[in-house]
Design a protein around this ligand. Structure first.
Ligand code: SAM
Length: 350
């Protein structure tokens, strides 16, 4: 039996995203509106010992990059201690964090010292009242302070995530883009995905990430491919193109407005899926592996932690069942052949 995390389509998996808690201190309208989720008892969560044991096995199988997410990962007490442990695992070269930034500012330097290499901060509006509305009470000034502290803390990269929503924040696209002109920021526009409580009515707010490029054109802004890939043109087949982009900069296609200090990225899971180059596994807060964000299948790893051979077997089994692609689509259609995930995004980690 091979030890490498390769699925039946030959995709090599070297990236794991771990939800360290499904609790959140915000209630973003697209993520967990009105839900009262959360592992009910602490023992349902994977402990730091279990997480370290799991990542050690994953590293033996070729994982080099870990992202900690949630829920809100900074709600997990002593996260710095977990990061320190993971950063000492042989083979792990990158540890990222995806956070809403509410608790990040005062901890940014400590997290960096512990071994965190990069941070993604979610910020869906630049208007404080609107930001509070979208996030269910988020404090805009705090997230701005967190961005500033993270820039000073010396992370390899600080990226900002914006979920694009028609009629909610699309009138701020230009303001976000102008930030990249003046500051060396990476701003990523993410398409609204049909996951969670809003799967019935998400389409009314969905908009394709390509519309950002149209806005640039309307403004007469010159844009160029960025992010070190230079591969956003169509020199080869689509799969090759996506593969190359994915290897270099993840699923985002990066661009720069001519002369800008920063870059912007488009993440288009719905309109232009990047499943062909998917290299990631997701671990839910209660220890299940999800080989695909969208499909419902998952395997409980908890019984196997501490049994390296058993863990390897179940991880490979989950990968063998990984589908070629998800079926998130703006066109309503019957996807009953493969039920979509019943998990909320806060349980999966995005
Ligand atoms: N609490 C952290 C945060 O806010 O970044 C981490 C967890 S959150 C689930 C991770 C990412 O998923 C965030 O950037 C969030 O905006 C994104 N997200 C959540 N639900 C989404 C949806 N339905 N469509 C697109 N992105 C979504």
């Amino acid at each position: 039996m091979t030890d490498r995390l390769v699925d039946s389509f030959g995709r090599v998996h070297n990236y794991v995203r771990i939800s360290v808690t499904d609790l959140c201190n915000l209630g973003c309208q697209y993520c967990r509106p009105g839900s009262s989720l959360g592992c009910k008892v602490k023992s349902e969560l994977l402990s730091f010992d279990q997480l370290a044991a799991l990542v050690e096995v994953l590293a033996h199988m070729g994982v080099t990059k870990v992202r900690l997410t949630g829920g809100e990962p900074l709600l997990r007490p002593r996260l710095e201690a977990l990061i320190g442990r993971l950063s000492r695992i042989k083979g792990i070269s990158q540890i990222g964090l995806t956070t809403n930034g509410m608790l990040l500012g005062p901890r940014a330097s400590l997290l960096r010292q512990a071994g965190l290499t990069d941070v993604n901060i979610s910020i869906d509006s630049l208007v404080p009242e609107r930001y509070a509305g979208i996030t269910g009470g988020g404090d805009f000034n705090r997230v701005i302070k967190s961005i500033e502290s993270s820039c000073k803390a010396g992370f390899d990269k600080v990226k900002l995530n914006v979920v694009l929503m028609h009629g909610v924040n699309d009138d701020e696209i230009e303001a976000f883009l102008k930030l990249t002109v003046n500051y060396p920021l990476f701003i990523r526009f993410i398409e609204y995905m049909p996951i969670g409580d809003r799967i019935q009515d998400w389409r009314s707010e969905y908009m394709p990430a390509e519309s950002i490029l149209m806005r640039c054109e309307e403004k007469g802004w010159q844009i160029e491919p960025a992010g070190g890939s230079g591969s956003t043109g169509s020199t080869g087949g689509l799969k090759d193109e996506l593969q190359e982009e994915h290897e270099i900069s993840g699923p985002a296609r990066y661009y720069r407005i001519a002369g800008a200090a920063g870059e912007f990225g488009l993440i288009s899971p719905v309109s232009r899926h990047f499943c062909g180059s998917c290299n990631r596994l997701r671990i839910t807060a209660n220890g299940c592996v999800k080989p695909c964000l969208y499909w419902n299948e998952e395997w409980d790893l908890k019984p196997y932690i501490g049994d390296e051979e058993g863990l390897r077997r179940i991880l490979l089994q989950s990968l063998a069942s990984k589908p070629l692609r998800h079926e998130m689509t703006i066109v309503p259609k019957d996807i009953a052949s493969q039920p979509y995930t019943l998990r909320q995004m806060s349980q999966i980690g995005g």
